[in-house]
Design a protein around this ligand. Sequence first.
Ligand code: HSE
Length: 434
Amino acid sequence: MKEIKVGLIGFGTVGTGLAEVLLSQRERLIRRTGMSIRLAAIADRSVQTLPERFRDIPLTTDGMELVDNPELDIIVELIGGIEPAKTLVMRAIAAGKHVVTANKALLSQEGADIFAAAAQKGVEVGFEASVGGGIPVIKALKEGLVANKILSIMGIVNGTANYILTRMTDEGAPFAEVLKDAQKLGFAEADPTYDIEGIDTAHKLAILMTIAYGTPITHKQIATEGIAQIEPMDIELAREFGCRIKLLAISRNHGDHVEARVHPTMVPQSHLLASISGAFNAIHFQGDTVGNVLLYGLGAGMVPTGSAVAADVVDIARNIASGSVGRVPALSYLPGHMQPRRITPMDELYGPYYFRCTVLDQPGVLALVSGILAKHEISIESVIQKGRKEIGAVPLVVVTHSAKESAIHAALGEIGRLDCVTGPVVKIRILEEE
Ligand code: HSE
């Protein structure tokens, strides 16, 4: 029986998940591939001993040993971050090894170098686990939807942020406590600000956009806002407006320009994405031939993500065995057919908005606020003022009809500078149902 030898760099949450999956699914993979796919070496800087069931696998602290080991066919990089991950991946490629990575930060920033080197060397780079945890979203986009112009991408792709928002919504649990639980469950990034500030979501959207449109995008081109400013009051008010707050990755394809944005969004409860709870992810594509497609599953966690890494390893093993390495281009489009595209400036977007400001509870305040909105041609859909007090500040909440982002930006700037406004103005975009 043909044997494929895999070297794993990084025995953290996902690395352990891969080892578990390759072990628990060993017989099934033999029946499905006719090959023995063996974890032949593990490198991790801080792990001293492997769990009992993996003790026969050689362990080193030096990833370079694996990259330079001529016995290994595939290197799996699961250490995360840019360096030393990039050096290890580039050296593995230069050595003619196939690479599998879950490293969304690396691919969304340095993907151009990595994919160019891999194409030149004729090796594969699998990255299914970089977006959507266990959901086979990359394969769906590259293969299942290959005969489509992708018209839009919309998704919940950060399990930690969705877990936090869900528990804040369902239990009124405080942000900090829920974040700690997400860290314990192994969902959160090493630096959880990546989850909370939307950076991890932007990494993933950059990867999806690149393969959906055949347009090289880095996460730095994506307008990104996180969930840190969302307060329990906003969640409660969203409920009153028939919405749930979700951290969404959004891209619409306008042909010569494409939207690229990550921000908290008020999603109407009737929308499918409003019901995605906990660490679950969901990615919605609209294709010109297929129509609407929704992929749903666990977007983080040890074994689900291990399942996605294992799928890439199996894909590569099959391609090695059948002599069809490179059959599917890494980015779905052939390297010579990738085309840069303009990113739609945020100021040009239209949509309804929710905003909340804290105002002194005195006559004339509402007239001032509505006057500024009218001046910027922003039409109000509804207004709520909570908690009347004799003296003091109260939250004033406004929902607008569809307005231009640049007008909202200018109006909220003016409102924020009013003497009667005593705190920052919180703005949340509302998802318009199509
Ligand atoms: N921190 C990520 C999340 C892990 O919470 O979704 C999966 O990419």
